[in-house]
Design a protein around this ligand. Structure first.
Ligand code: GAR
Length: 193
């Protein structure tokens, strides 16, 4: 029988509810892996509090503290290499990945997006879909490439919504994200084992 003891790093910029969902799924054994690092570009992010609850080490770093994006990403890559990270999971990381990080982990960086790609790319996927008036909303987990919200799709999940309550849409999207991201991570780990 194969052993799955993969090491994950999760990147988050804000609340970190997806980070927590992944951490809980690792603890429960739903993901055959361990989060060895939270990378956070925002010292005030609630994700950092969530990491303490799970005893997960955190690297808090901002590009301006490193003299620019390449040096910032190189510091992160050095840490990922030191820890032997297998898979990077972007979870509400509101920064475009540059070549330094991408080249070091190409094909091993997942992202979650709160819309059905390739529709509604960018930082406001939920608002853009809602304001457009779509009736089918959803979530995408994909490997990243160097374009915004581009790359190979791993899983998507959709739901119909005919109401007029934007906050309800967001609540439903988050609930799906918290199930779908752990499932997609597990799928990638098993597929690549
Ligand atoms: C999530 O809805 C995620 O899909 C979105 O940010 C939210 C983070 O929530 N990401 C993007 O919009 C990326 N383009 P969280 O911090 O509670 O996990």
């Amino acid at each position: 029988m194969k052993e799955f003891n993969k090491k994950l790093a999760v990147f988050a910029s804000g609340s970190g509810s997806n980070f927590e969902a992944i951490a809980q799924a690792c603890v429960d054994g739903r993901i055959p892996a361990k989060i060895v690092l939270l990378v956070c570009d925002n010292a005030n992010a609630y994700a950092i509090e969530r990491a303490k609850k799970f005893d997960i080490p955190t690297l808090v770093l901002h590009p301006r503290d490193c003299g620019g994006k390449p040096a910032y990403e190189q510091r992160i890559v050095d840490k990922l290499n030191e820890l032997g990270v297998d898979l990077v999971c972007l979870a509400g990381y509101m920064r475009i990945v540059g070549e330094t990080l991408y080249n070091a982990y190409a094909g091993r960086i997942l992202n979650i997006h709160p819309a059905l790609l390739p529709s509604f790319k960018g930082a406001h996927g939920i608002d853009d879909a809602f304001n457009f008036g779509v009736k089918v909303f959803g979530v995408t987990v994909h490997f990243i490439d160097l374009t915004i919200d581009g790359g190979v799709i791993v899983m998507q999940r959709a739901f119909e919504y005919y109401g007029n309550d934007r906050d309800e849409v967001e609540t439903r999207i988050h609930a799906i994200e918290h199930e779908l991201y752990p499932e997609a991570i597990k799928k990638c780990i098993i597929h690549n084992a």
